[in-house]
Write a protein that binds this ligand. Structure first.
Ligand code: HPA
Ligand code: ZN
Length: 336
């Protein structure tokens, strides 16, 4: 391991953009398919990995939703979640705020309780085993309508004390944030945090909508905000955290090459950018690999990497004392 590799691995960090269904590795997919007697359209793990060749977000989503079909029991969701935390315990992750997509499961007859209880049990086990703290964010699928989001929101009500917030994901183009104004208002009234994917493939106008209509507390992706100077000023002035996902951006052709990734430009513009993995089983790497790819592609120095890690704790939905504790650990690491 090079000095930079071990620096990146050891760097205390939080992950703020991770779809738990996107951490389903092909090996676990096959194991769960076998256990649940589901026939996969692939003969081997190698064949699955070979299918992960995407030219846009929709290409990926089609395969990602198909893969999630193997998840059926509470035990399945538990194993999926614990596998993610086991992996990132080796990546210097101290805290994670993870997404789940309930509609992907409830729409095929899996009870909401099965999904969320399995995930929450995995999070609790991870804290016990690795000391990693975590929070859960319920995402609405934006290709479905707002009434479907409301149904999910109502289903989730008994668990409001155990989820940190709501998010918005899936196919962005043609599904503006404006579609979900009412359900996001209801989430805010219930005391939940609000985040949304915006400006990944969709225009800067969708980022404005996420800010002004959905009242988001954090912006997921946000790449295309860079096309709008007024929006950049707004995001910088409010110190809105952006959960940027370098390998995802490359694999979904949001950026043509890691050498052209805007991560350092975001920092230079005063944006509170962070580095995350999005769907690591599909995009070729967990969070430390995303740091490595960005660092290599953009020749980032250690000071920039520390800033990115600091931003992850500043952008996390932590109480003041916990946040300070993590920032102290980061400072100790950075000055060692
Ligand atoms: N964008 C939108 N929806 C998603 C993503 C993403 O990057 N990952 C999983 N669902
Ligand atoms: Zn995402």
């Amino acid at each position: 391991m090079t000095d930079m590799d071990s620096f990146i691995t050891g760097l205390p960090k939080a992950e703020l953009h991770l779809h738990i269904e996107g951490s389903l590795e092909p090996e676990l997919m096959f194991a769960l398919a076998g256990r649940n007697k589901i026939v996969l359209p692939y003969k081997s793990v190698e064949e699955v990995r070979a299918a992960y060749d995407f030219s846009n977000l929709q290409d990926f989503l089609d395969i990602y939703y198909a893969g999630a079909q193997v998840l059926r029991t509470e035990q399945d969701f538990f194993e999926l979640t614990l596998a993610y935390f086991t992996r990132v315990a080796a990546d210097g992750v101290l805290h994670a705020e993870i997404f789940f997509d309930p509609q992907t499961h409830t729409d095929r007859g899996i009870p909401f309780a099965v999904v969320i209880e399995g995930i929450l049990a995995g999070m609790a086990a991870a804290e016990q085993k690795f000391g990693i703290t975590s929070k859960l964010i319920l995402c609405f699928l934006r290709h479905l309508d707002e009434e479907a989001a409301f149904e999910t929101f109502r289903m989730a009500e008994p668990w409001f004390g155990r989820i940190a917030g709501v998010g918005l994901d899936s196919s962005e183009k043609g599904h503006p944030p404006e579609k979900f104004v009412r359900v996001f208002a209801a989430a805010g009234a219930a005391g939940l945090k609000r985040v949304a994917h915006a400006g990944e493939e969709g225009p800067a106008a969708y980022v404005w909508e996420a800010l002004d209509l959905l009242h988001i507390d954090r912006l997921d992706h946000g790449n295309r905000a860079l096309e709008d100077p007024e929006l950049i000023r707004r995001l910088a002035a409010s110190q809105m955290a952006l959960t940027v996902c370098p390998l995802s951006n490359f694999r979904l052709c949001v950026v043509p090459d890691m050498a052209e990734h805007p991560i350092d430009r975001m920092l230079d513009l005063g944006l509170r950018a962070t580095i995350n993995s999005d769907d690591p089983a599909y995009f070729g790497g967990y969070i430390a690999e995303n740091f490595r790819a960005a660092a290599a592609g953009r020749r980032l120095g250690k000071a920039q990497l520390v800033t990115l890690a600091r931003n992850s704790f500043l952008g996390a939905f932590l109480d003041g004392e916990t946040r300070q504790g993590y920032l102290r650990k980061l400072d100790e690491f950075a000055s060692a």
